[in-house]
Ligand binder design. Structure first.
Ligand SMILES: Cc1cc2nc3c(=O)[nH]c(=O)nc-3n(C[C@H](O)[C@H](O)[C@H](O)COP(=O)(O)OP(=O)(O)OC[C@H]3O[C@@H](n4cnc5c(N)ncnc54)[C@H](O)[C@@H]3O)c2cc1C
Length: 383
C-alpha cells in the first residue's frame, strides 16, 4: 500500500472508531493510564490490521514500506492516542528481534509486542556507562565455562535509566562477555524475561514527578543460550542497529506530537505581542526545519541507504526544536507552569520538564556535536 493511501484510509478509520481508541481520561493522566491506553490501542489497531503494516510477514506483519508504520506512529502521536516516547520502544526493539533473534522465536515474540500483549525495554546504560557504551560492565559468563557449549549464561550487574522496565515482560540487555579492554568487541546482547529469578526493578522518580525509568539489578540471573541476539560478542552490532529506527520513524513521531503543541501556543498568544510572536516563530521554524530533515532521512532509509553519523544532525535538530518550543510556551504563558494547579498547569509542567531530557536520551547533544564535528566536518580527532 502507498503511504498517501494508507494515511487517508487510516484517518477515515480512526474518525469512524474515535470512541473506541480515544483515551478515557483527561490529559495528562497518570503514567499507568497512559501505558494502559497505549497497549489497549495497539491491540485494537493490531486486530484491525493497522499495526501490522510495514512489518515483515514472517513476524505477523502485512508487509509494505516501513514508512507505513512511521505514518501510523505519527498519527497516533498527533491524535494523542499514544505517547511517542513510550511507543518508540516498539519501533526500536521489534527490528532488533527481527534482525538478530532466531527466526522462530522472532515469529513468536514480535506479534506480542505489536499487539500490545507485552512491553519490552532496553537495558543498555549503567551507573558508570552512558555515552561511552563500550565500557559497560554488567557481566555474563557461560555456565560451565565454555561459551561454545553452554546452554545457560549467568548474568550479574546493574542497569540504570531503563525506561518502563516495571511495565515490561522482556528486556534487550547488553552484557560484558569479553575483557574490559575488548570494549565493543566483548559485548553480548540477551533477550531476557524480566520475571527470571534474581532480577530486581526499582523505579526512579524523574524531575517531572513521573516514574518512567528504573534501576535494574541482576544477581545470578540464568538465561538460556538461545536468548543471545547476534551471537556471542556480537552485541555491539545489535546496539548500533537500533540507531536508524530511533533516528527516523521515532523522530517523525515525536515531531508529529509537537506540532499540535505549536498550534496550542499560537492559539494562546496575543498576535499583537511582538515578543510572543517572535517566540512562536522561533518554535515553528525549528520544528519545520527538523520535519523537512526527518522526511528526507526516512526516504533515504526506505530507499536502502545506510544511516550513520549524519543522523546526529537529526538528533541535534529534534532536541533543540523540542526545547525551543517548550521555552516559547513557558515564555508566552507566564506563570502557568509554575503556579497553575489545574490539569492545564500539570500538562505544561510535565511536558516542559520532560523536554529537558531531549538533549540527553538517545545520545547527548554534546556527543552528537562531537560526531558532527569530527566525522562529518572532519575537524580533527578527540584531543
Ligand atoms: C528520559 C530518559 C530515558 C532513558 N531511557 C533509557 C533506556 O530505556 N535504556 C537505557 O539503556 N538508557 C536510557 N537512558 C539513558 C541515556 O541513554 C543516557 O543518559 C545517555 O546515554 C547519557 O549517558 P549518561 O547519562 O551516563 O551521561 P554521561 O555519558 O556520563 O555524560 C555526562 C555529560 O558529559 C557529556 N559527555 C560525555 N562524553 C562526552 C564527550 N566525549 N565529549 C563531550 N561531552 C561528553 C555528556 O554530553 C553529558 O553532558 C535514558 C535517559 C533519559 C534521560
Amino acid at each position: 500500500m502507498e503511504v498517501a493511501e494508507f494515511r487517508a484510509e487510516l484517518h477515515a478509520w480512526l474518525d469512524a472508531h474515535h470512541h473506541e481508541v480515544a483515551p478515557d481520561f483527561d490529559p495528562p493522566g497518570t503514567l499507568d493510564q497512559r501505558i494502559a491506553q497505549m497497549q489497549r490501542v495497539k491491540g485494537i489497531l493490531y486486530e484491525a490490521g493497522w499495526m501490522r503494516w510495514g512489518w515483515p510477514e514472517r513476524v505477523g506483519g502485512l508487509g509494505g514500506s516501513p514508512m507505513l508504520r512511521s505514518e501510523l506512529g505519527a498519527t497516533m502521536a498527533a491524535r494523542n492516542l499514544a505517547d511517542p516516547g513510550v511507543y518508540s520502544l516498539v519501533e526500536v526493539l521489534a527490528p532488533t528481534l527481527i534482525d538478530y533473534a532466531d527466526p522462530d522465536l522472532a515469529a513468536d515474540w514480535v506479534p506480542r509486542l505489536l499487539s500490545g500483549e507485552e512491553m519490552w525495554c532496553q537495558g543498555f546504560s549503567e551507573p558508570g556507562t552512558g555515552s561511552d557504551l563500550a565500557t559497560l560492565s554488567c557481566r555474563a559468563v557461560p555456565d560451565g565455562g565454555d561459551p561454545d557449549t553452554a546452554d545457560t549464561w549467568i548474568i550479574n550487574g546493574q542497569k540504570v535509566w531503563t525506561s518502563l522496565a516495571q511495565y515490561s515482560q522482556r528486556c534487550v540487555l547488553l552484557t560484558r562477555t569479553g575483557t574490559p579492554e575488548s570494549r565493543h568487541r566483548g559485548i553480548t546482547a540477551f533477550f531476557l524475561d524480566l520475571d527470571t529469578p534474581g532480577i530486581t526493578v526499582r523505579p526512579i522518580e524523574m524531575i517531572n514527578g513521573e516514574r518512567e525509568f528504573t534501576e535494574v539489578f541482576l544477581d545470578d540471573v540464568a538465561v538460556p543460550a538461545d536468548r543471545i541476539l547476534g551471537g556471542v560478542h556480537g552485541g555491539w552490532s545489535v546496539a548500533m542497529s537500533i540507531l536508524p529506527y530511533e533516528r527516523s520513524s521515532c523522530f517523525w513521531q515525536r515531531i508529529a506530537y509537537l506540532y499540535p503543541r505549536v498550534q496550542r501556543l499560537v492559539d494562546a498568544v496575543d498576535e499583537h505581542d511582538d515578543r510572543a510572536a517572535e517566540a512562536v516563530g522561533n518554535a515553528f521554524l525549528a520544528l519545520h526545519t527538523v520535519r523537512a530533515r526527518s522526511r528526507a532521512t526516512q526516504h533515504r532509509l526506505a530507499g536502502g541507504a545506510t544511516l550513520g553519523a549524519d543522523t546526529s544532525i537529526d538528533k541535534v535538530l529534534v532536541a533543540s526544536a523540542e526545547q525551543t518550543l517548550y521555552d516559547s510556551i513557558r515564555k508566552c504563558t507566564t506563570g502557568v507552569m509554575e503556579l497553575d494547579d489545574t490539569p492545564l498547569g500539570d500538562v505544561a509542567r510535565i511536558e516542559y520538564l520532560y523536554s529537558r531530557a531531549a538533549t540527553i536520551y538517545g545520545g547527548t547533544a554534546e556527543v552528537q556535536r562531537n560526531i558532527i564535528a569530527r566525522r562529518l566536518l572532519e575537524l580533527g580527532e578527540e584531543g
